[in-house]
Structures are given as C-alpha cells and as structure tokens.
Design a protein around this ligand. Structure first.
Ligand code: WT7
Length: 579
C-alpha cells in the first residue's frame, strides 16, 4: 500500500485514552452475554427497556443533573435538558399517550422537525411499550400515506407547520386515531398537568421498540422493525467506535427520520451518558463551524456529503473558528472519499473515521476504530460479536480479495427483527445462513472491508436512501408521462443525483419539440415529485426518451439506462425485450 493511502495511529496523540485498545483481542474474547451484563441495565427476568437505558438509569448516578441535550433551533433559540428533565418530559409524553389509549405494540409515528419533542416523544413511546416510527420532515403526502397506512399507526405526533400535509390523508387512514400537535396551545395546556412520574414497562429483549421505512429497488418502502435489545449493539458501538467518554460533547448531524439519528442521535449516545448537541437548522458551513466551536464539540459524527460541502466552503472559513476541542471525527452513509479524509487531516488535524451499516443492521457493523490504522478509502473492520464476510449470491464465502456480497451471520442484537407485515421481504434478506446486505465489497488479507457499490438499484443522494420505484411512481402520476426509469447518477458533491428517463405521451412529445416547453416540463416534473413525494427525492436531471429498456417480463432495466448515461458497455442484454 502506498504510504499516502495509509494513516498510522502509532504516534497519534489521543486527547483521551480510547475505550478500545486492542481490537483483535477484544474481538476474539467478545461475548454478548458478558457485554450485556456489564453495560446494560435489566429488570427482573431478563427484561429491559431501551429508553430506560438511554435516560432513566443515569438518574441513579451523578449524571442526574448532567446536561443531556444542548438544543439550538433554526432561529437561534436555545434550550437545554438534563438527564432528569429528559426523563420527566418523556414520562409526561408517555403518560399522555397512555391517556389517548396507546398500548403495548401500538405504532406511534413522529412527523417532526429536529426539536426537543422528538426526544420526549420517542423515549416516552418506548417507555410505555409502544413502537416509535419516525418520518423525515421533508416527506410529502404520498410518502406519508404509504408509511402510515402500512404501519397502521394509531397516533402521529407533529407540529403546526407540518400538520397540513397530514390533514388530507386522514380519510384514508382509518387506524389513525389521534394527531398530536406539540406546539399547539391546546396541547401545551393539556400536557401541563400530566404526571412526570411513570413506571417504565419492562420489555422482552425481542419486543419491538422502533421502526423506520427504507427503500429498496422495487415496491413501496419497507418498515424495518427493531427490538429493545438493539440498545446493546447501539450502546457498545457508541462506546467502542464513537469512543464516547463521560466528558465528551457529542454532535451527530443526522436527522431522527433516518436510522443514524435514532441509533446515535438518541439511543446509543444517550445510553453512554454523553451530552449531545442537537441543531435543527439546515446545512450551512459557517453555522456548522459555529456549532462546533460554541458548544466545544469533541466527537462529531457526520456524512460524506456534508464533508464535501464543507470542503467546498473552503479552508479559510475553517481557520476563522476555534475547533480545538474536536478529538474524534466519524462518517457514515456513503463512500468516504480519500480526498475528504486528507482534507480533514489538513484543516482539522484529525482523520474522519468511516463506518458502514444500514437501517436493517440497526448499528455500526464495520468501522475504523480510534486505535486502528486507517487505510484511506477503506471502511474498516467488523464489530465485535458479528461474523461479517463476503459471500457469493448463494451465500458461500469467497476468498479474500474477491468481490462479493457484504454479509453477516444473523443474530446480533440490533439486527432488524422483521419487515412490518411482510414476511416474504424479511426472508428474502437471508441466504444460506447469512444476512445479505445488498452492498458489494471485498476483504483484504488484513481483514479490512472495501466497499464496491450497491448490488441493486437503490440510490444514495446526499447520503439519503431513495428507491427508484417510488420516484418512477410519482413521475407517472404527472399527466402525459407514460413511463419513467430512474437511476442514481454519480455526482461529485452529492454522491449521486437522481436522474429520470421519461417517456411522454404522443401529444406531449409533439409539444416537446419546443425547447422552452422542454425546460418548463423538466422543472414541473421535479416540482411534482418534490410536492408529492419528498423534498429530497426529486430528479435533478430529466431526459425524454422514446422507450425504456425492459426485460421480456416488463421490468425496467435501470442498469442499462445507467451504463448508457455513463458511456459504459451495457453488458448482458440477453433478458432484454427487443430494444
Ligand atoms: C446504505 C444504507 C446506516 C446509516 C445511514 C445509512 C450505504 C452506508 C456506507 C459507507 C459506503 C455506505 C450502503 C448501505 N452506506 N455507509 N461507510 N461506505 N456506503 O443507512 O439509509 O439504510 O443506507 O448506505 O449502500 O447499504 P441506510
């Protein structure tokens, strides 16, 4: 390996001694039962509650009055909550939900911007044994309807601003009994007298705690369900990979609408008792540096797209801020470019540590550990207790340095427990005793995992997972669109952008001979998807074509659209209908 592709930790000056000193030894000696006994609080009979572990157990320690949340709103509002206050607020929310008739196993969804009520409600839901679901605040009606309908949500928690997107859906959601509006004066009056005392429901480790909808290649988004036991994986990875110490100030930039925001924005991080910064505003390079500086952030968990946008913000901007408290940087969501690591080293004096995982895995599976040398551009090594390998499509392990599917032996605590109401989909993830991730990669002789790409057509745009089918479905709702095929097109800033190939009706095709009309139509299509599906899932590029490449059975062959777009050979077309 070229020395410039390698970052040695030999002479690295650690500001705090890392929790994990010897990766290999810890990996070899590791045992889930032992780890659980040491790190997680259980009730009688082996029962537990993830929210109790995240918050309430700290009240028995000197963390009771420690700051749990340092919140800043997009208009500069500031609020702080201690662990005790967070416990009491989540108790109030839990009691309030009970008064609405919410019972164990009921689904309660959060459709909220990043405000403290996210914490009160998410934790309150888990405390009473209900299942918390999260919805990204950029979702529009179609995305909301699919998720709320499939999950049979009983309650949705939202704000005045987001409420109008839910109102028209209620007639189609017979199971949705109540919509709680957390900033409505009436609710604020109602919650005031509600007791802040609650006895947390002890749960079986296998009981469901939270769920998230995520996209695959085909069909509607799938409800990935996680158990209370997930807290064990989330806590341990937060400790050993994020390296959270009691004295840290931690900032995870992810939204709770995605799994990172839950596993490392709520559960795993709070379980380690850390003070977390929560910023609700949008990305802005100067503002982000201000947050890092003003809150004296020490651990920062972010995403490659954000890092690339910060790079675009320039080195001079970084120099204006005092970022000397930073000690550990991490990234997740897309391939972390070597360039981004080198830039991080130059401007922050610290390397970004890549981590790889998925909504389905519930916690980090592969990562670069604080004490481990970094092979720049490589994802790192598997977490303890999880046998991770590279297998072929039949689920047989392949030799080192051979490309295959990144796969894990099932059974780690935060492995998804089910796909909501979809046994078939759940089963389809497993092959010959392996969980198949849908990502391709390879392992080198030193046991580091290298990322190659997705095995399917799933798009990653700005780190967010978008299913081509959802976008295609939205596009064909537009009058005059006959068919659409959607791909992820590589993009220097966003990783991928969404590109749509659209077949128009004969009338529109005639009109589309006019350049002005074409320009407007492209804008209208983008706006249609933005308004009906989600703000982040619209096509930034649209091409009009006469016919989509399809298999004889009628499936759109997106890989051919992609190869053509990239000017690459189209590969095997033997299953293609006449084209
Ligand atoms: C997909 C999962 C889990 C947190 C956020 C994403 C891609 C994730 C990496 C990485 C290259 C990565 C994969 C994966 N991905 N981390 N370090 N390097 N690709 O969760 O939305 O479920 O997406 O994100 O393709 O399958 P998600």
């Amino acid at each position: 390996m070229n020395p410039q592709d390698f970052f040695s930790k030999k002479d690295y000056k650690f500001k705090l001694p890392p929790h994990l000193t010897d990766y290999q030894k810890t990996y070899d000696d590791f045992n889930w039962q032992e780890a659980a006994k040491e790190e997680i609080s259980y009730f009688d009979g082996g029962k537990l509650n993830a929210a109790y572990n995240a918050v309430d157990r700290h009240l028995q320690t000197d963390r009771k009055n420690k700051k749990a949340l340092l919140w800043e709103g997009d208009k500069g509002e500031k609020e702080t909550y201690t662990f005790e206050e967070l416990s009491k607020w989540s108790n109030k929310y839990g009691n309030y939900l009970k008064s609405l008739g919410v019972e164990k196993g009921d689904r309660v969804f959060l459709f909220l911007p990043r405000i403290p009520a996210v914490y009160f409600s998410f934790l309150g839901i888990l405390k009473i044994g209900a299942i918390a679901g999260t919805l990204f605040s950029a979702f529009q009606e179609k995305a909301l309807l699919d998720r709320l309908e499939n999950s049979g949500a009983k309650v949705v928690i939202t704000t005045k601003e987001l409420l109008p997107r839910l109102v028209p859906l209620r007639k189609d959601l017979p199971e949705l009994k109540t919509v709680v509006v957390v900033d409505d004066p009436q609710f604020l009056e109602q919650i005031k007298p509600v007791s802040d005392q609650l006895s947390v429901m002890p749960m079986e480790p296998t009981d469901y705690a939270f769920m998230l909808y995520t996209s695959g290649t085909t069909g509607k988004p799938k409800g990935i369900v996680h158990t209370h036991n997930a807290i064990l994986s989330q806590h341990l990875t937060a400790k050993y990979i994020l390296d959270i110490h009691n004295e840290d100030i931690y900032w995870c930039t992810a939204d709770h609408g995605w799994v990172t925001g839950i596993a490392y924005g709520i559960l795993g991080s709070l379980s380690c008792g850390v003070t977390s910064v929560v910023y609700s505003g949008r990305f802005d390079a100067a503002k982000w540096y201000e947050i890092l500086q003003n809150y004296k952030v020490t651990i920062w968990y972010t995403a490659p797209t954000a890092i690339r946008m910060l790079m675009a913000g320039g080195d001079e901007l970084v120099a204006k801020y005092d970022l000397s408290n930073l000690r550990h940087l991490l990234s997740v969501g897309e391939p972390l470019n070597p360039e981004a690591i080198r830039w991080g080293l130059k401007v922050y004096g610290l390397p970004f540590h890549d981590t790889w995982w998925q909504t389905e895995t519930g916690s980090i599976i592969i990562g670069n550990y604080p004490t481990m040398d970094i092979k720049i551009g490589v994802m790192g090594k598997p977490f303890m207790g999880i046998h991770t390998g590279i297998v072929d499509d039949k689920g047989v392990e392949v030799p080192n340095k051979t490309e295959g599917n990144i796969a894990m032996k099932p059974g780690w605590p935060s492995q998804m427990a089910w796909v909501w109401n979809n046994d078939e989909k759940y089963k389809s993830y497993f092959e010959n005793g392996w969980y198949i991730s849908g990502d391709r990669g390879w392992k080198d002789d030193e046991g580091y995992f290298h990322f190659v790409g997705r095995a399917d057509d799933v798009i990653k745009t700005s780190g967010e997972r978008v299913g081509p089918f959802e976008v295609e479905s939205s596009l064909i709702e537009f009058p005059g669109v006959v068919e659409a095929g959607v791909i992820g097109k590589p993009d220097a800033l966003r990783g991928e952008i969404i590109k749509a190939f659209v077949v128009l009706s004969p009338e529109l095709r005639e009109k589309a001979k006019d350049e002005e009309f074409v320009k407007k139509l492209k804008d209208d299509l983008a706006m249609h998807v933005k308004k009906n599906l989600a703000g982040h899932a619209y096509p930034r590029e649209v091409d009009f074509i006469d016919k989509l490449p399809k298999t004889r059975s009628g499936k759109i062959m997106r890989r051919i659209l992609k190869a053509q777009e990239m000017g690459e050979p189209v590969g095997d077309t033997s299953t293609l209908e006449e084209y």
